[in-house]
Design a protein around this ligand. Structure first.
Ligand SMILES: NC(=O)c1ccc[n+]([C@@H]2O[C@H](COP(=O)([O-])OP(=O)(O)OC[C@H]3O[C@@H](n4cnc5c(N)ncnc54)[C@H](O)[C@@H]3O)[C@@H](O)[C@H]2O)c1
Ligand SMILES: [Zn+2]
Ligand SMILES: [Zn+2]
Length: 351
């Protein structure tokens, strides 16, 4: 089969590799019908995720059709259309039983569960993919949900909702600021209303993305490259700050912005993957009764979010801005990497 192979920092190619095979009774082999590229794939290509070895097939998002299942898989069969979760989990270990799928301990003798696809095992930017723990890591896709909407449920929609909105404890009437209106921030914007946020402020430096955020439910937008950006956000509150500040960028400056915007008693929900240390001013913060949360997506809300995508309550289709076939995957990477110029949100890649 053909696959997008990581060749070490800065190197990638669409190359011929061996077809995946069933290795454990709980595995499934899928034909990939739709995949996409995540900001994390760009981090890997920069060499920021050293655990990814040269030769690895990238990609942790996708929709596919089951071709073959291992002997212990009973709930899925060849021909089923499924969403591939970015998190693989056994469903039985103590962490899975507590709902912390991202920290699945796996079964005895089999380590490396959680986010493994396109990281520690070969991923979804390929014609075929092997999915371990298939029954707990795949979601049957109902008729009527197009692939290009379903693929947003692999990673970004559950990430924005779980790590942004749920961990941020958004409640009715809240003013929520989302810093970073990339795909993940837009997913937080699209789901903050589920818990009754009254005001959802998108904060970004990219005016195209700010404009796009209104389609996902942002009530206000603030360009944080402007000097009065903080006053603009505070003017949308009673003056004391936002109830919840969601960080969806992953750099020290935007974490500091989130902490700066939040009201006493409020919540800062950090979603961003940080590559550098971030200063935490506890000497100022201790007296403000602020809660700060972090996390890796569990993707336990994917089935619920699928219902909302299916009924049209989450406009997942708006994320799919560019379309490519597998043989043009290098162009897809180029378009996604230059998002500010190309106005790309998510690129949809199909056979
Ligand atoms: N915690 C998790 O489980 C998890 C899962 C997936 C992704 N992530 C992380 O979430 C973050 C967002 O992902 P994405 O794919 O949306 O990224 P992205 O790079 O597409 O979007 C980031 C946005 O931040 C904006 N931005 C950059 N600098 C800014 C600044 N100084 N002020 C305001 N806005 C600024 C950019 O213009 C862009 O729109 C990344 O760090 C990603 O690695 C975390
Ligand atoms: Zn991702
Ligand atoms: Zn587990």
């Amino acid at each position: 089969m053909k696959a997008l192979v990581y060749g070490g920092p800065g190197e990638k190619s669409w190359s011929e590799v061996p077809d995946p095979e069933i290795r454990h009774p709980g595995d499934a082999i899928l034909r990939v019908d739709t995949t996409t590229i995540c900001g994390t794939d760009l981090h890997i290509l920069k060499g920021d995720v050293p655990a990814v070895e040269a030769g690895r097939v990238l990609g942790h998002e996708g929709v596919g059709t089951i071709m073959q299942v291992g002997s212990s898989v009973t709930g899925l069969k060849p021909g089923d259309r499924v969403i591939i979760s970015c998190i693989k989990s056994c469903g039985h270990c103590p962490n899975c039983r507590a709902g912390l799928y991202s920290h699945c301990l796996g079964e005895e003798g089999r380590a490396g569960i959680g986010w493994v696809l396109g990281h520690l095992i070969d991923g979804t930017q390929a014609e075929l993919v092997r999915i371990p723990y298939a029954e707990n890591s795949l979601h049957l896709l109902p008729e009527g949900v197009p692939d290009e909407q379903a693929v947003m449920l692999s990673d970004i929609l559950p990430t924005g909702f779980e790590i942004g909105v749920q961990y941020g404890q958004v409640k009715p009437g809240d003013v929520v600021a989302v810093i970073g209106a990339g795909p993940v921030g837009l997913a937080a914007i699209a789901t903050a209303g589920l818990y009754g946020a009254a005001t959802i402020v998108a904060v970004d430096v990219d005016t195209n993305r700010l404009e796009a955020s209104r389609g996902f439910g942002a009530t206000d937008t603030v360009d944080s490259s402007a000097s009065g950006w903080k006053d603009q956000v505070l003017a949308l509150t009673d003056g004391a700050g936002v109830d919840v500040a969601i960080e969806a960028v992953g750099i020290p400056a935007t974490f500091a912005m989130a902490v700066d915007l939040v009201r006493p008693g409020g919540h800062v929900a950090n979603i961003g993957v940080h590559g550098k240390p971030v200063e935490l001013h506890l000497e100022d913060l201790w007296i403000r009764n602020i809660t700060i949360s972090t996390g890796l997506v569990n993707a336990n809300t994917t089935p619920m979010l699928l219902k909302l995508v299916s009924s049209g309550k989450i406009p997942a289709g708006l994320l799919a801005t560019h379309h490519f076939t597998f043989d043009r995957i290098m162009d897809a990477y180029d378009t996604f990497a230059r998002a500010a110029e190309t106005k790309a949100l998510k690129v949809v890649i199909t056979p």
